[in-house]
Design a protein around this ligand. Structure first.
Ligand SMILES: Nc1ncnc2c1ncn2[C@@H]1O[C@H](COP(=O)(O)OP(=O)(O)OP(=O)(O)O)[C@@H](O)[C@H]1O
Length: 669
């Protein structure tokens, strides 16, 4: 080994050489040549112990920083790709006393190097500034910037308002009506009854099984709120770049690609890139924060030529997917339209590239063959207006209707989940009909089928087919089935199906007739193969108006009646569990009794009305200053008042009609 002083002399000597090739006027090819020569000299010096491995690696680091453009170049003449591997090999090795070459750099030590960390920080900052400078849409949640993990409170709720922690909207959800009290330090405190005229006798007297966990004067987290499950982006961002001590193939490629200090190898870098490609955007993987000069150039060009594509550029093509290419993403996955769109983003906030032969934009994703004959506009409409991206619905969210739920699980959900078992006679029906009074949960059931079978959910009202897309309803039906076929398994929910499949009348409009015919053709599966997993769920409040041919095709006709007492109780308990409520068991029973004849939607409305009671009892001045914790709990008195404002929406005569039709055509009880 050399003495420190002589090593210092050597280093400065070598640095002189290094500075000799930093000319600003030298063409790239010459620089590359000089660089190569210099690398060889260093290699040679190191191999002959003239230069210590530490000095050599410092020099390599300097070269790499100075010549990143050359190092990253794909050009065989001017790039250093063919040399970089050996440079790296050398940088990682040292000669042991035994004369054997051993690894001098471990994966973890590389990541601890100040220069590597500085580069990674710089990369982070660069990315941050790029995203900051771009329009807000550039921040594709979960893709472009890995979010900070939401803080999950002990109660299971999330203190952050990150989309991942948004409460699942249950049956009673409606825009503007929060499902749960905000969680936070205050929420754990007992409420302060500021309105002494409105005290709740049962505040400190929990009752029966209802007191816990549903009601009671204790702030609760929303039990149904999904746990803050970190998405892919968060998951990847939290992964250590290289697990200390590990030295597998992943580690090596991460090492090569981690920062310019040791990342001399473009092939190695691209290997690392390929490794991360499969699992998500590159920046979220082991190479987070680092951009090669080439990538940086590409980003700059994107900004210049495709302002709208900045977001995608900075997330390294996060939206590269063709419609039919992948199986269902479930009903919550973000859809990527299969056809290129005009510039300017889409309704879903996504960003599409406009084909531009001159620009460096990526080629448009391949269009699914089955969609080629369709108008892109139609497909767009289906994606934005018909495809449902709502929160998941579970069977427990639907109170009552046990028979219908059991039947649906058996004939629809299981066959969709296990098409291999449910074949032949056990094969699922193509269409089912849910009929019954309004607001009994037919739509909820449709959503639940899709959620539980992992299917994509398309929801359309038949009347909008005939009115909204005047003259195009027929094409719309065809397009809807075509898209559904690409998104299998799929559930197509058609509300008010009676208006689509009503019995022929003399004054029937030609276009309505055509839509109906097209629908029946599609339902018959003339264009579908027997393996296709598309279920049509029709819902109607007027089953008697459906024509015979259509009725025959909707083989399972399930009556969805008004909720019975148990179901009404369940709805109240469920909705009140998310609120401050001090209803006693016997009071709850009174509410259940008095709501006989109410539909599920009526029950929800009743609870909403009752929930406004405590607010109404406040003075306007109090309302301006009160904290959420100080709002008095919902009491039976509020329900009493609510009963005078909410009436059942279904008349007994209507009910008779449904029951008669059920006896005649229904499948079940
Ligand atoms: N069985 C039920 N369990 C829980 N909530 C219900 C139930 N039925 C209805 N609701 C509540 O009523 C709302 C409306 O229900 P939904 O839209 O599913 O009824 P529908 O039968 O499809 O009505 P319509 O026939 O008018 O379209 C739901 O969002 C939910 O809040």
């Amino acid at each position: 080994m050399q003495a420190p002083s002589s090593r210092a002399v050597h280093l400065s000597e070598w640095q002189k050489n290094y500075f000799a090739v930093t000319s600003g006027t030298c063409p790239a090819a010459q620089k590359a040549e000089a660089y190569r020569a210099q690398v060889l000299r260093v290699q040679y010096a190191c191999a002959s112990s003239e230069l210590s491995p530490v000095c050599a690696s410092r020099l390599f680091r300097k070269y790499a920083e100075k010549y990143s453009a050359i190092v990253d170049s794909d050009n065989a003449e001017t790039g250093l790709n063919n040399y970089a591997e050996s440079v790296l090999t050398l940088a990682r090795c040292q000669q042991a006393d035994s004369g054997q070459w051993q690894s001098g750099l471990s994966v973890s030590s590389v990541f601890q190097m100040r220069s590597v960390q500085a580069m990674m920080r710089a990369g982070e900052e660069l990315r941050g500034s790029l995203l900051g400078a771009a329009d807000p849409s550039a921040a594709i949640p979960g893709l472009a910037v890995a979010p900070k993990p939401p803080t999950v409170s002990a109660g299971g709720g999330s203190g952050e308002s990150a989309p991942l922690a948004t409460p699942a909207h249950g049956p009673g959800w409606a825009p503007g009506v929060p499902e749960s009290r905000p969680s936070g330090p205050l929420s754990a405190q007992p409420p302060v009854a500021i309105n002494t005229s409105k005290t709740c006798a049962t505040v400190s007297a929990p009752f029966g099984d209802l007191a816990t966990p549903l009601f009671g004067n204790v702030r609760k987290e929303n039990g149904s709120a999904p746990k803050a499950s970190p998405g892919l982006g968060l998951f990847l961002a939290q992964q250590p770049l290289a697990p200390p001590g590990s030295d597998g193939p992943w580690d090596r490629s991460a090492l090569y690609g981690a920062g310019p200090a040791e990342a001399l190898s473009a092939p190695a870098l691209s290997r690392a890139l390929r490794k991360t490609e499969g699992s998500g955007p590159r920046e979220e993987g082991g190479l987070r924060g680092f951009k090669t000069a080439k990538e940086q150039l590409w980003v700059e060009q994107q900004k210049k030529h495709h302002p709208a594509a900045r977001a995608a550029a900075s997330s390294c093509g996060g939206v590269k997917k063709s419609l039919g290419a992948s199986r269902s993403r479930g009903i919550f996955g973000k859809f990527v339209p299969p056809v290129p769109k005009p510039e300017g983003g889409d309704a879903n906030g996504g960003v599409q590239y406009k084909p531009d032969s001159a620009g460096p934009a990526e080629p448009a994703p391949p269009v699914d063959e089955r969609l080629k004959s369709l108008e892109p506009k139609m497909i767009e409409l289906i994606m934005s207006e018909i495809m449902d991206h709502g929160p998941p619905v579970t069977w427990d969210d639907i109170a009552g209707v046990e028979f219908a739920k059991a039947t649906i699980k058996e004939i629809v959900v299981w066959p969709m989940l296990r098409p291999d078992i449910f074949t032949g006679l056990r094969g699922p029906p193509r269409g089912i009909l849910l009929f019954g009074p309004p607001g009994t949960g037919k739509t909820l059931i449709g959503k639940c089928i899709a959620s539980q079978s992992g299917a994509t959910f398309f929801s359309i009202s038949a009347s909008s087919l005939t009115s909204k897309w005047v003259g195009e309803g027929e094409k719309m039906v065809r397009a809807l089935f075509a898209v559904a076929r690409c998104q299998q398994p799929a559930v197509i929910f058609i509300d008010e199906i009676d208006s689509l499949l009503s019995q022929r009348a003399d004054g029937e409009h030609e276009s309505s007739r055509r839509i109906k015919t097209e629908f029946l053709v599609q339902l018959d599966g003339a264009t579908t193969s027997s393996e296709d997993r598309i279920l049509v769920v029709g819902a109607t409040n007027r089953p008697q108006e459906i024509d015979e041919a259509a009725r025959r095709r909707l083989v399972k006709r399930l009556y969805i009646p008004l909720p019975e007492a148990a179901a009404r109780r369940q709805i109240v308990r469920r909705l009140m569990s998310r609120e401050q409520c001090c209803l006693r068991q016997e009071e709850l029973e009174l509410v259940v009794q008095r709501s006989e004849g109410f539909s599920g939607a009526d029950m929800t409305q009743l609870c909403r009305e009752a929930a406004l009671g405590p607010i109404r009892s406040l003075q306007a001045a109090d309302l301006a200053t009160i904290t959420a914790d100080q709002v008095p709990p919902i009491a039976y008195g509020d329900f009493e008042k609510a009963f005078s404002a909410v009436r059942p929406s279904v008349s007994p005569s209507d009910l008779e009609l449904y029951e008669n039709w059920n006896r005649a055509f229904g499948c079940g009880k």
